[in-house]
Design a binder for this molecule. Sequence first.
Ligand code: AMP
Ligand code: MG
Length: 522
Amino acid sequence: MPQFLSHFVDSTPGDPLRDRRPRQVHGALWSKVEPTPVSAPRMVAWSPEVAGMLGLDEATMRSAETTQVLAGNALWPGMVPYAANYGGHQFGHWAGQLGDGRAIVLGELVAPDGSRHELQLKGAGPTPYSRRADGRAVLRSSIREFLCSEAMHHLGVPTTRALSLVATGDSVIRDMFYDGNPQAEPGAIVCRVAPTFLRFGNFELCTSRDDLALLKLLADDTVKRFFPELGAPAKETYAAFYREVARRTAQLIAHWQAVGFVHGVMNTDNMSILGLTIDYGPYGWIDDFDPGWTPNTTDADQRRYRFGNQPTIGLWNIERLGIALMPLFEDDESLVTAGLLEYQRTFEQEATRRFAAKLGLSSVQSEEDVALINGCFAWLAAEETDMTLFFRGLAQVVTTETAPAELPQVVREAFYGEVPDSHVARGVEWLQAWWHRTRREDAPPAELARRMNAVNPKYVLRNWLAQQAIDAAHAGDDSEVHTLLDVMRRPFDEQPGRERFAAKRPDWARSKPGCSALSCSS
Ligand code: AMP
Ligand code: MG
């Protein structure tokens, strides 16, 4: 039986009321609330890596009791379930109190190695923060969150993890297209795992209510538990904490850009204080390299959260956090500025380093190198070209005996349609400049190819792949979920026989809901 702690609820102020009615909760960081039972829970899939990390063996994961717990129908001893109270800026505007409307933390599991992990059920029923919604989640969005959490982890991107995906046996009503056509869909619950699910919005809410005592308690507890190296509570410590969050966030977003991940809803309530990818909703993977693309239909007009705008939004969000922390900075604005600079500096460095590595370069040494990288972006964006196939293909070009005289087949295969000759000519010119630059690296081409394959994934959770697994699951077949989970465990390896999972978006998926456009209805 795993051992559970309840540090957060034991040591910070909470809501004295225990009823689930939607309401404003003041002076409290959380509300105790138990999951609402479901009628016929069934374990659809679980992550062997997360189970292993938590010390849950296969027999435990396969037991009926575990399914009951991970469905919210039972608790293990020591679990003290709660929903967190937070606010946030949504699409650029302060939205007030939001909170965990359907996520419930069960408890803090102590792993065999002593590390601590919160287990959180998403879709576990109403909480005081559910506002007018039902507290539930549908199977399609739960499959997407389950698979993507693990796919991101295996790519090396910081993320909340997913232990399990349980079908509830209950249906959930959703108007997926927001067109007045609500449908019953199968419900599901994902058990997410992270050291903490605290967001920028937890801090913002305290300050927005002028509850500076609560802000200080939250900041002190967060630093003590997750940033102990920064020191005891003091203005300088809060400033160092802020800069560290800025640094991690910049690193995270540079990593997203490098793998072609678009979060879709970078509201400040969806920004982890640990710099993890959190809250997988209408996210998407870039197929063709289009900086203007957003998967989120709710954002289709403004495109605030488009691929190319994620770095800027990260900065904007860091500024919101800085403003929320101002009382702890004793209103010293220069500390906010320092955080913003930290973000910009880190992003610049990390994005450059990552894209250089994708091109086989160990460092960026000159203005020409910068121009080479920018030239690559400009060429990729000019005609529909698959980002993942393009970068993966370069490892085959780097090993050719001479500079390419024409566009190699692997690069041509990354195009989604016909391209003009002038575009091909520009591509050849760019490839030649790049190929010659790679000869100045201090490693043989075969070694460069090896390094490139270790940073340019072959397999990413393309939107249409996830959608196929969803369609199969709706038809009663969970095997595609299992296969995809398994493929995404080794994204950088060639996996013979599984090439179809590395294919570019098929034509049927170009404008199919779930493949190119996703609503927030989940
Ligand atoms: P999101 O855009 O998914 O990050 O959600 C924003 C806010 O809406 C959060 O406070 C969520 O807890 C809440 N929320 C989203 N879906 C539901 C739901 N089905 N039931 C209750 N609250 C929800
Ligand atoms: Mg959220």
